[in-house]
Ligand binder design. Structure first.
Ligand SMILES: NC(=O)c1ccc[n+]([C@@H]2O[C@H](COP(=O)([O-])OP(=O)(O)OC[C@H]3O[C@@H](n4cnc5c(N)ncnc54)[C@H](OP(=O)(O)O)[C@@H]3O)[C@@H](O)[C@H]2O)c1
Length: 291
């Protein structure tokens, strides 16, 4: 297939994914913590057709959107007896977990999927606080989830069925792409790469702007050039079928200006060396924080 046709097919597939409803979701979905991530997920689920009447949200400080949804059937901070849910999504800060998780036990039955996006809280931590045998998926999303363009990596315990795995994928697809790892220990490296990764990209934009200023450009212009270059290149890479190395080679003429810069960036103490060190350090930090 010609490159152009493949690109069109990819765009159509992407639109279908975006529009794909949460068809298979029946029963009640409980969201615990509607902060930045929880709200992004809620918005994504709603865009995929989940009805307010199917959703319960536990959130100490509900905003306007949640209150408006509550008037349309969403259950907000319900009091009293809890009924078993189809899925419970935990999106509170990791440090809030010891107080936020135990009260959820009433929602968790033999067929309930528990999906946690808390950074650095292992599946074993949740297993201790929830009913025995609970089906638990731990996922690590990243900040572009706020615009539905994140990537989440998920890992499941042995209680998770194939159906629940699909359900978890569908719930996470609301904020972007989804990958799975069978070894939960890899979540530390995932955290260091895609979890912390947006910060590395923002730093790249900052460093490019500073370097442009040092090369004599007016600060505002350097900042705009750096920002649009990072954003535009990322979008080009996303839409292209070519891998990053080929895209780089395609804009590097032998003996030209890009090649001169890459000689420095790709040198022994260059970019790759620094990132390898940075990601290894972040991986160790993630492991230490999880205890
Ligand atoms: N943001 C990211 O880019 C990112 C990336 C990867 C993973 N994560 C994970 O996603 C989770 C949520 O992050 P976030 O950035 O969305 O944090 P956030 O904006 O602080 O959201 C957490 C929400 O939980 C609420 N909350 C506090 N105690 C609660 C309780 N007992 N029951 C129910 N809700 C409670 C908080 O309310 P109050 O504000 O009133 O305390 C807040 O609205 C974290 O565990 C984080 O590790 C986030």
């Amino acid at each position: 297939m010609a490159g152009h046709d493949t690109e069109i097919v990819a765009i159509i597939e992407q639109m279908m994914t975006v529009a794909k409803p949460l068809r298979k979701f029946s029963g009640r979905l409980v969201l615990v913590g509607a902060g930045k991530m929880g709200s992004a997920m809620l918005e994504g689920w709603r865009a995929r057709g989940l009805k307010p009447g199917q959703i319960t949200v536990i959130e100490p400080q509900p905003g306007k959107t949640l209150k408006a949804l509550a008037r349309r059937g969403l259950k907000l901070n319900p009091k009293g007896k809890t009924a078993e849910a189809s899925a419970v999504v935990i999106a509170v800060k990791p440090q809030t977990a010891p107080e936020a998780v135990p009260p959820l036990a009433g929602y968790v039955g033999p067929t309930t999927l528990v999906l946690s996006i808390m950074a650095g809280r292992p599946i074993g931590f949740l297993e201790k606080l929830l009913p025995r045998g609970a089906a638990i998926v731990r996922a690590m999303p990243n900040t572009p989830a706020a615009i539905g363009r994140g990537i989440s990596v998920a890992s499941a315990n042995t209680g998770v069925s194939a159906r629940q795995r699909k359900q978890a994928s569908a719930l996470l697809a609301a904020i972007g792409k989804v990958e799975w790892v069978s070894d939960e220990a890899l979540m530390d490296a995932v955290t260091a790469l895609s979890g912390s990764g947006p910060a590395y990209v923002f730093l790249l934009a900052e460093a490019m702007a500073s370097a442009g200023i040092a090369a004599g450009l007016p600060p505002a212009l350097a900042t705009r050039l750096a920002r649009e270059t990072v954003a535009g290149s990322a979008e080009l890479m996303r839409r292209s079928e070519l891998d990053a190395a080929t895209l780089r080679e395609n804009v590097t003429s032998p003996g030209g200006t890009t090649a001169a810069a890459l000689d420095i960036l790709m040198g022994p103490d260059g970019f790759e060396h620094l990132l390898t060190q940075a990601i290894a350090t972040a991986t160790r930090r993630s492991r230490d924080l999880a205890g």
